[in-house]
Design a protein around this ligand. Structure first.
Ligand code: HEC
Length: 224
């Protein structure tokens, strides 16, 4: 089912599309401009849609001015790297905490500390007993509900000074190591696309699904 969404005043026409990765041309405008968009029907949809709303004008600007173009499938694929909570987009590859120590020591420790607790940047480890106290320490181990998010965030945003530079195996290994430092997985547990989504984060049950229904024309289609 097609969905439509208008994004701000940046685009003259209705934006249409299907799931991410299939940005399609739909309507040729009389002045020669193309307009298009996508909506993603998944838990990560909101984030992606918002992200795209920011990114889109660079690709498909107002037909009034006749600038911009639809991204190629290749360009779109390079950009469309989000991993949702269920991890179904996780790529092949694997890693253990044991292998991850080398990655972490070389590429993460300088900012997050030798054991993830020291900083100077975000503390990644510890705090599991602190959440119900007046001074909660929110770390990957104490706070995050999904282990898959750790893979996704590390893959897209870390190391902070060279995001996107890690191979999938390095991301799996670094993820395993951060989970290991938090006492969540064992040193030799193989973390891959199958096992990572099964990792139960300590604070998972403290998160509840948002009960509010989606609204608008896309709401029905967005439901799985
Ligand atoms: C050059 C410094 C630097 C390096 C190197 C670095 N990080 Fe980070 N990291 C940061 C900063 C700064 C933030 C906060 C980013 C933000 O809030 O947008 C962060 C945030 C994070 C977070 C999110 C923490 C939270 O609770 O929100 C994780 C997880 C993380 N880094 C993992 C890693 C891993 C794994 C590596 C190594 C592969 C790494 N980082 C390397 C600077 C760094």
């Amino acid at each position: 089912m097609s969905m439509r969404k208008k994004i701000g005043g940046d685009l003259d026409g209705p934006l249409r599309g299907e799931r991410s990765g299939t940005l399609r041309r739909r309507s040729r405008r009389s002045n020669g401009g193309w307009s298009g968009t996508f909506l993603r029907a998944s838990a990560a949809g909101t984030i992606l849609t918002v992200a795209l709303a920011t990114a889109l004008p660079a690709f498909a600007q107002s037909p009034t001015y006749g600038v911009g173009r639809v991204p190629t499938q290749e360009e779109f694929k390079a950009w469309d790297i989000a991993i949702g909570p269920d991890g179904k987009e996780l790529p092949p590859g694997s890693g253990t905490a044991k292998a991850g120590k080398a990655v972490y020591d070389a590429k993460c420790a300088v900012c997050h500390g030798p054991t993830g607790k020291e900083g100077p940047q975000d503390v990644l480890v510890g705090g599991q007993e602190s959440l119900n106290t007046p001074k909660p320490l929110k770390t990957v181990g104490s706070y995050w509900p999904h282990a898959t998010t750790l893979w996704d965030f590390t893959n897209r945003a870390m190391p902070f000074n060279a995001p996107g530079s890690l191979t999938p195996d390095e991301v799996y290994a670094a993820t395993a190591y951060v989970l290991y430092l938090n006492g969540i997985v064992g040193e030799n547990d193989v973390i891959d696309a199958r096992t990572l989504p099964q990792v139960k984060m300590p604070n998972k049950d403290a998160f509840v699904p948002d009960p509010r229904p989606d609204v608008g024309k896309g709401a029905k289609a967005a439901k799985k």
